[in-house]
Design a protein around this ligand. Structure first.
Ligand SMILES: N[C@@H](CCC(=O)N[C@@H](CS)C(=O)NCC(=O)O)C(=O)O
Length: 321
């Protein structure tokens, strides 16, 4: 695990010593959009490419939106190897990995230096890449899912809207809480290097999960009867929770399966057509347990738990009232 400094790969882990044992995620650097006033990046078929890891919850958001919005024939995907070690994300044969379909590179950092040869940056997934200009359009999943949500509608004729105008404020508000306490909260717990930083993160995480459990006892989705991006952003953390975050990141106050409403809600989302094809538990478990050697130095991957997301979720009752 490392980063690019002036175009050179440096093998270095996040430094938590400077800030009281707390993990602080760095902001994504490439934040361009496609279409709507952006004359550089136009919404064209087969022009953009998505680099992902099937393990990564942020990249998973982008894969789900690509599926839901019918973009599979317009935006192809390269999938990295699940292990992210000294050289960062790599392209090596592994079931479910594809190699770098565009340039045949060995490492994802080579895609970043193709964009700019003396770049200084972390090398993260997802990356939305433009094949025409050989540049990174965007490497922030929160932006990529919004681009996918509406910028290619003219091509796909898929008008499904996961960020409807009248709900934007509500969605932004819930995203904010879920991002800090849940999506990033599990990382803050797992990467904490002091007891205090760990306990702060786990307390906020379970306070939010308890609140969401209550909300979901009254409402089918996070902002009412409509499935929105807020739900998909929560889903990619929930689906990894019992298999990884509970044990590896020590988020072990409760499992998702112990929350009746959260669990049924997660099953409902998993069962939305196409979504289960985006979930790969081998990549997920291999990535976390093998790559994060500061937490799991033996790199032994647990066999369990046994998971079932296909049971009858019964969530229709909330909209049929
Ligand atoms: N804010 C980014 C975060 C992406 C991210 O941190 N991805 C992780 C994988 S789960 C990564 O590639 N980490 C490599 C690193 O931090 O060097 C997003 O949501 O797109």
């Amino acid at each position: 695990m490392g980063l690019l400094v002036d175009g050179n790969w440096v093998d270095k882990w996040y430094n938590t010593k400077e800030n009281g044992g707390k993990f602080e995620r760095q902001a994504s650097e490439f934040r361009h959009s496609i279409g709507e006033g952006n004359s550089r990046y136009l919404p064209e078929s087969n022009r953009y490419h998505l680099y992902v890891s099937l393990a990564c919850p942020w990249a998973h958001r982008a894969l789900i939106f690509r599926k839901l919005k019918g973009l599979e024939n317009h935006i192809d995907v390269s999938v990295v190897h699940p292990h992210m070690l000294e050289a960062g994300w790599k392209f090596e044969p592994y079931p479910g990995s594809t190699g770098d379909k565009l340039y045949g590179y060995d490492y994802l950092h080579q895609v970043y230096t193709l964009e700019k040869d003396d770049i200084t940056t972390r090398v993260t997934v997802p990356v939305l890449w433009d094949k025409h200009t050989k540049t990174i359009v965007n490497n922030e999943s929160a932006d990529i899912i919004r681009i996918f949500n509406h910028r290619f509608n003219a091509l796909t004729r898929n008008e499904d809207d996961y960020y409807p105008e009248q709900l934007c404020a509500q969605i932004d508000e819930i995203n904010h809480e879920i991002y800090h306490n849940v999506n990033n909260g599990v990382y803050k717990a797992g990467f904490a290097t002091t007891q205090e930083a760990y306990e702060d993160a786990v307390t906020s995480l379970f306070t939010t999960l308890d609140n969401v459990e209550k909300m979901l006892s009254k409402s089918r989705y996070l902002v009412g009867d409509i499935l929105t991006e807020a739900d998909w952003r929560l889903f990619t953390t929930l689906i990894r929770f019992d298999a990884v975050y509970y044990s590896h990141f020590k988020c072990n106050v409760k499992r998702i399966v112990d929350y009746p409403n959260l669990y049924a809600y997660m099953c409902e989302l998993y069962q939305v057509p196409g979504v289960k094809d985006t979930v790969n538990f081998t990549h997920i478990k291999q990535h976390y347990y093998v790559s994060q050697t500061t937490i799991n130095p033996t790199q032994v991957v647990p066999i369990g738990p046994t998971l079932n997301f296909t049971s009858n979720h019964g969530r229709e009752k909330y909209t049929n009232r």
